[in-house]
Structure formats: structure tokens, C-alpha cells
Design a protein around this ligand. Structure first.
Ligand SMILES: Nc1ncnc2c1ncn2[C@@H]1O[C@H](COP(=O)(O)OP(=O)(O)OP(=O)(O)O)[C@@H](O)[C@H]1O
Ligand SMILES: [Mg+2]
Length: 251
């Protein structure tokens, strides 16, 4: 594996009585696409929120490069987040702004670039996801797949080192799924960045993942290349990949 760019080290997270992550460790190798799989409610989105410093673990550490982000001051966290792009599950664009304004937002918040520079970068980024022509449209005028790509553009507009995608292909047809998967791969390469992708779509995962990690009952129970994980002799992993009702996973 390549050097890790991000790392969870022995992390535990609970919400009230509910233990979501328990002594969970995970390394995200630099320059790769890592997909995280697991049952609904397993804690996958929680891992992305930890990596972005949006929540802190009850115990354990979260590192970006060698920096422990759990002990950063808010000003350091804000600085760190410019290196991280987050593509939220439902794109989460602001309805009252044009697509171009939405994509420009991180540049306005985190840089001192001129209006012209912001426009040029936002337009270029929209172009890289095939949406330059939608710059002046409102989000409500876009299809579901286009909204997702606009969300990707906003996530990568600051040229982040690591991009977090939460269920980027949920709720779109198989052709759009293919297009979105291809876009994630292309953006990773163009930006020379790292991607962490949560997905339930096995076809899409097999197409893009360098590494796959499976989260189950608070910890990573399988982690390796697509081939490693597909060949895993862990019955929980096999039941999950086959989508079978029969097996050790409690239903
Ligand atoms: N802020 C919060 N407060 C209370 N409970 C929370 C909070 N965030 C997450 N949870 C709970 O933690 C568990 C894990 O949530 P998480 O969103 O990380 O799961 P997930 O694996 O992303 O699930 P899904 O596949 O459904 O998106 C769930 O039971 C959820 O209800
Ligand atoms: Mg989730």
C-alpha cells in the first residue's frame, strides 16, 4: 500500500447509548480511491465526518498526514478543511444560488481570489464535470445526475488533497452511475488527489476502487484490493457482497 494520507487510529464514537465505531482503525493510502462498504447505519458517514473534522471521536486519533486533527483549534481545522473536499449524499446545493455561485462558494470562503479568478476556476471546474453550460442555471433546473456532478465540482474546486464522497451514485440510473463513477476516477487523476467513497453500488466499486474496506459492528473487518475483498473467506463479507439473506449477519 502507498503511504497513508489519512488515518483513523483506534477510534471509538458513540451517540448516546449507541456505539457506532469501536476501536476502529483505517488507513487511506495516498493517491488512491478507497471505497467503504457496510450495512445501513454501520457508521460509514460517521467515518467521513471524522476525516473532515466535523465530529471528534470519544477516544482514539484521526490523522491527516501526520497531524492529529482531534487536537486542532477551530482556526486550524478551517485551514485543514481547504485540503479536503466533501461531496454530500444529496449534493446539498443551495437552491437560491445558481450552479456557478454554488461551485464558487468554497473559493469565496477560503481564498482571496478576485471575482474574475473565481469565475474562471469555477467555470473550469464545472467544465471538468461536463457542466460548463449550467453555470447560470438554478439547481432546480438540473437532473439528479447533473446535481451530483455539480456537487462533485463544488467539492473539488479548491483543488483538495482528499475528496470524500458520500453515496455518490445512490438514486440514479445505471448509465448515470457509470458516468459518475468515471467522473470520480477522472477527477482523482486530474487533481492527483485521494478519494474516499462510500457506496452500496458494487458494480461502481469494482470499477473504481483501488482498495475496499468493510465496516461491520464498529470496526473494519476486511480491507484490501477489490480482488482481496471479493476473495475474502470472511462469511460476513461474502454474505454482504452476495446480498444474501442467509448467513451470519443479523437481520
Ligand atoms: N449526530 C448524531 N446523533 C445521533 N445519532 C447519530 C448521529 N450521527 C449518526 N448517528 C447514528 O449513528 C449510526 C451510524 O450512522 P451513519 O450515518 O454513520 O451510518 P451509515 O453507515 O452512513 O448509514 P447509511 O448507509 O444509512 O447512510 C446510525 O445509527 C445513526 O442513527
Ligand atoms: Mg451514510
Amino acid at each position: 500500500m502507498a503511504e497513508p494520507i489519512a488515518r483513523l487510529d483506534d477510534v471509538s464514537v458513540s451517540f448516546g447509548e449507541r456505539v457506532v465505531l469501536k476501536n476502529c482503525s483505517l488507513e487511506v493510502p495516498d493517491g488512491t480511491i478507497m471505497c467503504i462498504i457496510g450495512l445501513s447505519g454501520a457508521g460509514k458517514s460517521t467515518i467521513l465526518r471524522l476525516l473532515d473534522g466535523l465530529i471528534k471521536p470519544d477516544s482514539g486519533h484521526v490523522y491527516l498526514h501526520e497531524h492529529d486533527i482531534c487536537h486542532m483549534r477551530e482556526s486550524q481545522l478551517i485551514e485543514m478543511r481547504t485540503k479536503i473536499g466533501f461531496a454530500f449524499q444529496f449534493a446539498a446545493l443551495f437552491d437560491s444560488m445558481t450552479v456557478g455561485e454554488n461551485v464558487s462558494l468554497p473559493l469565496r470562503e477560503h481564498t482571496t481570489l478576485s471575482e474574475k479568478e473565481i469565475f474562471d476556476i469555477a467555470m473550469h471546474t464545472l467544465d471538468s464535470v461536463g457542466l460548463a453550460h449550467t453555470y447560470h442555471n438554478m439547481p432546480s433546473e438540473l437532473s439528479g445526475g447533473m446535481l451530483k456532478r455539480a456537487g462533485f465540482a463544488r467539492a473539488v474546486v479548491t483543488n483538495p488533497e482528499i475528496v470524500l464522497y458520500d453515496e455518490p451514485t445512490t438514486g440514479v440510473d445505471p448509465i448515470v452511475t457509470h458516468l459518475l463513477t468515471d467522473t470520480i476516477k477522472r477527477l482523482r487523476k486530474q487533481l492527483n488527489s485521494t478519494a474516499v467513497v462510500i457506496s452500496h453500488d458494487l458494480q461502481s466499486i469494482y470499477m473504481m476502487a483501488d482498495y475496499v474496506a468493510m465496516l461491520f459492528e464498529g470496526a473494519i473487518i476486511a480491507n484490501g484490493t477489490v480482488e482481496d475483498v471479493r476473495k475474502s473467506n470472511n462469511p460476513i463479507v461474502q454474505q454482504f457482497l452476495q446480498g444474501s439473506e442467509v448467513g451470519p449477519i443479523p437481520l
